[in-house]
Design a protein around this ligand. Sequence first.
Ligand SMILES: CC(C)(COP(=O)(O)OP(=O)(O)OC[C@H]1O[C@@H](n2cnc3c(N)ncnc32)[C@H](O)[C@@H]1OP(=O)(O)O)[C@@H](O)C(=O)NCCC(=O)NCCS
Length: 208
Amino acid sequence: MTSTSAGSISLGDGIELRPLRPEHADEFLAHIDRGREFVGRFIRLPDLVTDAGSAHAFLSGYARQAEADTGRLDGIWADGLLVGGVLLRSMNVAEGVAEVGCRLEPAAVGRGLVTRGARALIRWAIEERGIHRVEWRVAPQNTASITVARRLGMRRDGVLRERYLHRDTRYDAEVWSPPRAPGGSGARRRRPPVRDHRRVHRDPGRVV
Ligand SMILES: CC(C)(COP(=O)(O)OP(=O)(O)OC[C@H]1O[C@@H](n2cnc3c(N)ncnc32)[C@H](O)[C@@H]1OP(=O)(O)O)[C@@H](O)C(=O)NCCC(=O)NCCS
């Protein structure tokens, strides 16, 4: 994993992770259209992004979150095509907690893109924003996502029963997170680092 330009991270093999911005609305909509059915089985995103206006509004919302330091939305580009993404749906720097999400269009699954992208994003949250606890929330039926959480070294904390209403079906939400570092009681709070969006991580080692 190497930095290529401001805010952009190369994950190797022609894979690049970089922030999705409102100016990507058309590209983003085309990506969502290619994955609409597959991605929409468990997540709401395709139902929120249905045309150019809603794509722009969705990306603008995350741009505001990034500006406010309360979230982040990155795209995954493979050989120049936007094929997926990883995001911090929420981030509370003062509390040191964040929730990670992800998606891929069907043609991009099975290549480790989200595992690598999520690892990079989580490393950024921990190292650059001082996040202590990262959560991965997933329906028990979403075995592909649970496998990614496992691949990231996470463990299941528990289940929020009937937490999500999606397309008229109520789903449980499993909560996964990385185990605490040895000796890390979480009692000591680290001061969040000063924000600098241009900083990217250089070490490809595991973070979770
Ligand atoms: C969840 C989702 C992103 C998982 O996609 P995925 O392709 O299985 O995940 P990854 O990109 O991490 O790829 C892992 C696969 O690539 C393979 N792989 C290849 N190279 C790899 C590498 N360098 N590192 C990790 N895995 C690699 C793995 O063996 C695995 O394949 P397998 O499942 O056949 O064993 C996808 O199913 C999806 O978009 N679902 C719909 C949206 C959704 O539900 N999002 C999650 C909400 S909680």
